[in-house]
Ligand binder design. Structure first.
Ligand SMILES: Cc1cc2nc3c(=O)[nH]c(=O)nc-3n(C[C@H](O)[C@H](O)[C@H](O)COP(=O)(O)OP(=O)(O)OC[C@H]3O[C@@H](n4cnc5c(N)ncnc54)[C@H](O)[C@@H]3O)c2cc1C
Length: 563
């Protein structure tokens, strides 16, 4: 069912069991689990899917080793388990990530955990080898007997410098442990939606539809593309608006203060020297003041982040000049010979973590755990309960979705029929166990679709086993590679337009592909893509122009990309 059909179903029948507000990873996770369990569920997202906090993450599927110091053992155990599940269920987009900590001191930070426990440490301080060793031993223990990833390893100063020859020679040693890299989070989120809708014909996810108000038994949503308003009469509402949760509750007449968001920014850097220096390793380390910095291999680029700064309104989040200076200086501390400059920045992104409201003295002490806040009963003006999903991490979205689905099923008087523990996601379904098998599949696909091996390799990297459906579609008509973008063909883009809920040109360049994030866009490319999108979506010349202008302005204002 396409967007218009889903909206007309809603117009004719506003009754729905569950309405989810917000199409970030937490709303999407709940949507998939409810759909899988046969619930009629509607998700509305005011922008594109996965365009809020979920688009601004550090791309790590991780247990959060540093939360051990805050004593959050249950959180780390759950997140490590979920990291392992992501590696198993989405092997096309989540890959094991060796993570290296360059360590400058041996004994520093020994008192961090006890001081934090007694509330005597207001700001983090640098940790030395001994503290890191203890943390990594615990972290390994949580990985469990199945060992989804190898154990940590310490390397001496000499061996570290032999291996990473651009590393600061002042290091004492390095420690390497494993987490997961979510290479394209926006795609993973979209595939969860597509899986859910194909499983349940009464599950609909609509982007560019906002929740604008509600009272009694009705919620009003507005189609942002046409301005038309629709009534929804749910039995239950899940507020998954992330950092906007309190704003969304206010629209429903509920005065809450669940969220105390912190802003985090990242830069994407194109610098071959740095990319070669880190190899396939993420470098995860601390500034002298204990703030965490990561240097992460993202395809042929490097992602650098992140900050953790309290903000009042999530719409205000943008990457400041100060943050940029900080990231560039920090990289210099670990790789002093490489000298990054602003010229190397190809993309910037900022987002707000939907953390629980807290009076903690330092932002690093605010819990990264998640909770479900239930509002309902006599003191609201609503006839249905509202569950707000507070906090959480990309990594543990499935666990939070499971918890809220169990609660929702209980409210609806339904029993759970299926769970998502080992359920493959999108192109992770039937994903080959090794490179030999991938090559064999590409070979056989090439033979019967006529698509070249080189192109199929690209499709496999982007879409996992969904490459088969895309190659079949490409084979169904005349196809050619794009003039300005030879990595894509016209029919591949057409497939995405038809099957991946694209409404605006920026949905494609920012979220269905990595083109913007990896600094690959050109003005010519935007114009060529606008032509293809215009033909497919019926835009006239004026609309095409407006789409180009919209994309250019989002790229410039939010991502520092000027074309
Ligand atoms: C800088 C940064 C780095 C991070 N790094 C990591 C990491 O490496 N690993 C990890 O596991 N986690 C990480 N996280 C945490 C993780 O990204 C977030 O916890 C998670 O994405 C939150 O998802 P969400 O669905 O709750 O919120 P969001 O993704 O923000 O989704 C909420 C959605 O609700 C929509 N919405 C708001 N109001 C309305 C309305 N009225 N009607 C309709 N829709 C509405 C918004 O448009 C938004 O898309 C990071 C977060 C940040 C900000």
């Amino acid at each position: 069912m396409n967007r218009n059909e889903a909206l007309s179903v809603l117009k004719n029948n506003p009754e729905v069991s569950v309405l989810i507000i917000g199409g970030g990873i937490n709303g999407i996770g709940a949507f998939r689990d409810l759909a899988l369990n046969g619930v009629d569920v509607l998700l509305v997202e005011k922008g594109d899917f996965c365009s809020g906090a979920s688009a601004a993450s550090s791309h790590m599927a991780h247990g959060g080793i540093r939360y051990l110091e805050n004593g959050e053992f249950c959180l780390v155990r759950e997140a490590v388990r979920e990291r392992n599940r992501l590696l198993q269920n989405a092997p096309h987009l989540v890959k094991p990530l060796p993570t290296t900590i360059p360590i400058f001191k041996h004994f520093s930070g020994l008192l961090n955990a006890p001081l934090k426990f007694f509330g005597l440490l207001n700001k983090p301080s640098e940790r030395g080898s001994l503290v890191i060793k203890l943390g990594l031993m615990m972290y390994d223990a949580y990985t469990g007997r199945k060992r989804a990833v190898p154990r940590h390893q310490f390397l001496s100063r000499k061996r570290s410098l032999d291996r990473w020859n651009q590393l600061n020679p002042q290091i004492a040693n390095t420690a390497t442990y494993y987490d997961g890299a979510i290479l394209h989070p926006e795609r993973l989120a979209l595939e969860l939606i597509l899986d859910a809708e194909s499983e349940n014909p009464n599950a609909h996810a609509l982007n560019y539809v906002s929740m604008v108000g509600g009272s009694d038994d009705t919620i009003i949503v507005r189609d942002e593309l046409t301005d038309e308003a629709y009534d929804v009469r749910p039995k239950l509402v899940i507020n998954a608006a992330g950092p906007w949760i309190d704003f969304a509750n206010r629209k429903l007449g509920l005065s809450t203060r669940f969220i105390g968001g912190t802003k985090g920014s990242h830069l994407v850097i194109k610098h071959d020297g740095l990319r070669n220096a880190i190899g396939d390793n993420e470098f995860f380390f601390e500034n002298k003041d204990g703030r965490i910095v990561l240097i992460f291999p993202l395809y042929d680029c490097v992602l650098i982040g992140t900050s953790d700064i309290r903000v009042e309104h999530p719409d205000e989040a943008h990457c400041t000049e100060e943050e940029i200076d900080y990231f560039l200086e920090m990289t210099d501390r670990v790789f002093p010979g490489l000298k990054l400059t602003r010229e190397n920045i190809v993309f910037q992104i900022s987002g707000v973590r939907p953390l629980p409201h807290s009076s903690a003295k330092s932002t690093s002490q605010i819990s990264r755990d998640h909770s479900i806040e239930v509002l309902g009963g006599d003191w609201t003006n609503l006839r249905f309960p509202v569950y707000s999903l507070v906090g959480g991490k990309w990594t543990s979205y499935r666990a939070l979705a499971e918890q809220v689905t169990d609660k929702a099923l209980a409210h609806l008087g339904l029993a759970r029929k299926k769970d998502t523990h080992a359920l493959p996601i999108g192109g992770g379904r039937g994903y080959p166990p090794d490179l030999t098998e991938i090559r064999r599949q590409i070979e056989s696909l090439s033979a019967w679709t006529g698509v070249t091996r080189e192109r199929l390799k690209l499709l496999f990297e982007r879409y996992g086993t969904r490459a088969e459906a895309i190659a079949t579609f490409m084979n169904g008509g005349t196809d050619f590679v794009l003039r300005s973008l030879p990595g894509y063909s016209r029919r591949e883009v057409m497939f995405l337009i038809q099957h991946e809920k694209i409404c605006h040109l920026d949905d494609f360049v920012l979220r269905r592909s990595m083109l913007a994030m990896l600094g690959r866009l050109t003005r010519e490319m935007i114009d060529e893509l606008a032509g293809i999108f215009g033909n497919a979506l019926g835009w006239n010349a004026e609309q095409k122009e407006a789409e180009v202008a919209r994309t250019l302005s989002i790229l410039a204002d939010r991502h520092g990309v000027r074309l």
